[in-house]
Design a protein around this ligand. Structure first.
Ligand code: HEM
Length: 505
């Protein structure tokens, strides 16, 4: 009898809960469509009503919302509402108004959640905290510091070129090779350790897989915000059973923690003074940051951020660059001739300052940065304390507003033949000045890339040595292996499984 009553009450409770959540959902949709401060902005009603619209394009169709956003702009105009709480602008001339250093600029919590809430400058929502964290690492990435440390980059460049020479006649997955190079540069230059990827007998694609897993998880996380917290609370074995790819992520964070922990211990003592050069942790540990900012767990986030942000982005730019140069041999030859004019012996490398003066090499790098879209996704910024303006639109304070470099770099009104590799467009100084306003691979403003100088140095030094020392030919690789097809935070081509492959001649 009691059981029957309890059963009946349970059923009533379940139905009651269903009805309440149904009514709540209806009320939420009505609020979002008619009463939200963003309801005046154009865009599809479905996107304004629910995140599932975005989820369909990014999770189900895999990284396609960026391209849908481009189409929506064509339909609704330069400013649109892309989800219940976020706006997107597609007007290249507005870029510097959104990404600058005037006033406070937060990042959007929604975006930061998708990065797994990294406890690093990269993953910091709030302007003031970011400013403090960024100030501690800025000196380390200055042009002067990078210039002084170019021997490290050159040594690792020589190591990769020598490895290519040992692999003559074989097929090499070029992106994996460049990943190994950029990972070794960052770990040695920034973290004073060496993952030794270049010492592996072959070419590992682990890191690329890791970044892809990161992108996929980010999109899932956006749709189901408690996901990361739940995953973190589960034993590792269960997480890996649920999603085998997460093993790469777990191992990666474990490695980052181990580096951070070791660095904190070593930097405390004299031993550090014996080191060849400072590292990012040296800067942080000796900075004015409060003690809580210097704990290994926090520094794990900083290590993960520089590795995650700096390795595949630069490696992908090198890969896209080499693809286009090999496909257009007259451009490759022109570049070779220019580099040889200052380094006739390829094994006696020119220094960075000399390379920076080469106009064609610089143009090739600018064009490669434009076409490679290292960070492919929109980057939302939030003005926390003031309304901002776009043309006649007043955007309420606290609203995430994003723009997407990929869409700007492919805008035919700015870059003629936007999908073609045309380094020549950058050669005329006046035209270059005009175009550089719209070249934003590193973003701009207070949250722009910290590693710009390092990325440029790696690109100059690697290209100069590789192009003058070796001949490469494509192996079963087409434009479908390099052109962006999905936005997985980083750019992903249509045929990403085998990657970009070259035979070393
Ligand atoms: C071609 C290569 C690269 C590209 C295209 C690139 C692009 C970017 C972009 C667009 C951001 C801003 C992301 C956002 O707003 O959320 C960023 C941030 C960052 N990048 Fe890079 N990056 C490159 C190389 C590097 C390198 C070599 C490093 C250093 C090891 C690096 C370290 C960072 C860091 C630490 C941040 C976070 C900055 C902050 O929030 O204060 N990046 N990068």
């Amino acid at each position: 009898m009691y059981e029957a009553i309890i059963e009946r009450r349970g059923a009533v409770l379940a139905v009651g809960l269903l009805v309440v959540s149904f009514l709540y959902s209806i009320a939420l949709v009505v609020y979002r469509l008619y009463f939200s401060p963003l309801s005046k902005f154009p865009g599809p009603r479905l996107a304004a009503a629910t995140y599932l619209f975005e989820g369909y394009y990014d999770v189900v169709k895999r990284g396609k919302y960026t391209f849908k956003i481009r189409d929506l702009h064509a339909e609704y105009g330069p400013i649109i509402r892309i989800n219940p709480f976020e706006l997107h602008i597609n007007d290249p001339d507005y870029y510097d108004s959104l990404y600058n250093r005037e006033g406070k600029w937060d990042k959007s919590q929604y975006y930061i959640d998708s990065l797994g809430n990294l406890d690093a400058g990269f993953g910091t929502v709030e302007h003031d905290l970011h400013r403090m964290r960024r100030a501690a690492i800025n000196p380390f990435f200055s042009k002067q510091k990078v210039a002084a440390l170019q021997p490290v980059i050159q040594r690792l460049t020589d190591k990769l070129c020598a490895k290519f020479e040992r692999f003559r006649g074989t097929v090499v997955p070029l992106e994996c090779a460049f990943d190994a190079f950029t990972m070794d540069v960052i770990t040695e230059y920034s973290l004073d350790t060496n993952f030794g990827y270049l010492d592996h007998p072959g070419w590992s694609s682990d890191f690329r897989e890791l970044e892809r897993a990161f992108g996929e998880m980010g999109y899932m996380q956006k749709m189901f915000p408690p996901m990361i917290k739940i995953m973190r609370s589960l034993p590792d074995k269960v997480v890996v059973w649920l999603d085998p790819k997460s093993k790469l992520l777990l191992d990666f964070f474990r490695d980052c923690y181990a580096i951070a922990d070791r660095m904190v211990r070593e930097t405390d003592g004299k031993k550090y003074e014996e080191k060849e050069h400072p590292t990012i942790f040296y800067e942080i540990i000796h900075s004015d940051l409060p003690p809580a900012e210097k704990l290994p767990k926090r520094l794990e986030g900083e290590a993960a951020a520089v590795l995650g942000a700096g390795a595949v982005t630069t490696a992908w730019t090198l890969t896209v660059c080499m693809y286009h140069l090999v496909v257009e041999p007259e451009k490759l030859e022109r570049l070779r001739t220019e580099i040889r004019s200052i380094m006739p012996d390829p094994y006696e490398p020119a220094n960075l300052q000399q390379l920076e003066k080469l106009p064609y090499l610089t143009s090739v790098i600018l064009e490669s940065l434009r076409l490679s879209n290292g960070v492919a996704t929109r980057l939302a910024r939030v003005a926390p304390d003031r309304n901002i303006y776009f043309r006649d639109w007043e955007i309420p304070r606290g609203t995430p507003v994003g723009m997407t470099s990929t869409l700007i770099h492919q805008n035919p009104e700015i870059f003629s033949q936007p999908l073609e590799f045309v380094p020549e467009r950058w050669l005329d100084p006046k035209e270059r000045q005009r175009l550089e306003k719209y070249l934003v691979p590193f973003s701009r403003g207070s949250r722009q890339c910290a590693g710009i100088n390092l990325a440029w140095a790696e690109l100059y030094i690697m290209l100069a040595s590789l192009i003058t020392r070796l001949d490469l030919e494509l192996y079963e690789t087409t434009r479908e292996d390099v052109d962006i097809y999905s936005d997985m935070l980083i750019a992903e081509p249509k045929r990403y499984a085998d990657g970009v492959r070259f035979r070393i001649k």
